[in-house]
Design a protein around this ligand. Structure first.
Ligand code: HEC
Ligand code: HEC
Length: 202
């Protein structure tokens, strides 16, 4: 009997530790406050605000948690926007944006995009940089199940700013330093080029 109780208690903890699956319909109403910047369907019309349309739920949830904690990824606006969200709200909003369709690529510089293509597709063996597409996908769609972010069609300035933040260590919420260990090997020109290539993906 004692064993059974112990087993059910540990089952309870295992289950409560699991991620909540979001409800996209509930998330639509809860995301109203986000729409003013990110676009109500996540297709942000303004380069200052990243697009969220089609971004996967697991990644959105992990970023909201990081903004809330305000240690490894800091942004004053997003800290404020995340503060009042429960885990359930966050999952619902994540599910809502994941269900939206990314409408179009972002504006990009064609020469820079052409220069960034090779790095994205094949990495740089000599510098020990893996191909971006090996984790983010050939079209930048990411990998939803494990929370690898969608990048395709994102505004180049935003992507560039994130790569710089990983490189200089102001953004350090990447598990096992996955992105910091890559960004530290990229030059400013390479970051600019690959950000423009990413913007062109759709
Ligand atoms: C006043 C404008 C504004 C509002 C409102 C806003 N955001 Fe943001 N959001 C931003 C900015 C700016 C960034 C980029 C932060 C950075 O540079 O790290 C951002 C970044 C994000 C990111 C990270 C995107 C990525 O690709 O890593 C997520 C997720 C996000 N916001 C979700 C939300 C949600 C959910 C809401 C509503 C509860 C919301 N935002 C409301 C301005 C806003
Ligand atoms: C080994 C897998 C892996 C490889 C290879 C990889 N990434 Fe990432 N990338 C990730 C993960 C995981 C994250 C999410 C980190 C986090 O949670 O903050 C990420 C995040 C990013 C972000 C932030 C996205 C956002 O919306 O804020 C950018 C930009 C990015 N990667 C660009 C690149 C580029 C450019 C390359 C190639 C030079 C690359 N990545 C290669 C796994 C990878």
């Amino acid at each position: 009997m004692k064993k059974l109780i112990l087993a059910s208690i540990s089952m309870f903890f295992l289950m409560s530790g699991a991620a909540i699956a979001g409800d996209a319909a509930a998330g639509k109403a809860k995301s109203a406050a986000c729409g003013g910047c990110h676009g109500f369907d996540g297709n942000s019309p303004i380069p200052a605000y990243p697009k969220l349309a089609g971004q996967n739920e697991a990644y959105i949830v992990s970023q909201i948690k990081a903004f809330k904690a305000n240690t490894d990824r800091q942004n004053a606006i997003m800290m404020g926007m995340s503060a009042g969200l429960s885990d359930e709200d966050t999952a619902d909003i994540g599910a809502y944006f994941q269900a939206q369709r990314l409408k179009e690529a972002a504006p990009f510089d064609a020469d820079k995009a052409a220069a960034g293509r090779e790095l994205y597709k094949g990495g740089d063996l000599q510098k020990g940089i893996p191909a971006c597409q090996s984790c983010h996908g050939p079209k930048g769609a990411g990998v939803a199940g494990i929370g690898y972010p969608q990048l395709g069609g994102q505004y180049a300035d935003y992507t560039l700013a994130q790569l710089k933040a990983f490189k200089n260590g102001t953004r350090k919420n990447d598990d096992k330093m996955l992105m910091r260990s890559i960004a530290e090997k990229l030059s400013d020109d390479e970051m600019d080029a690959v950000s423009n290539y990413i913007a062109s993906l759709k």
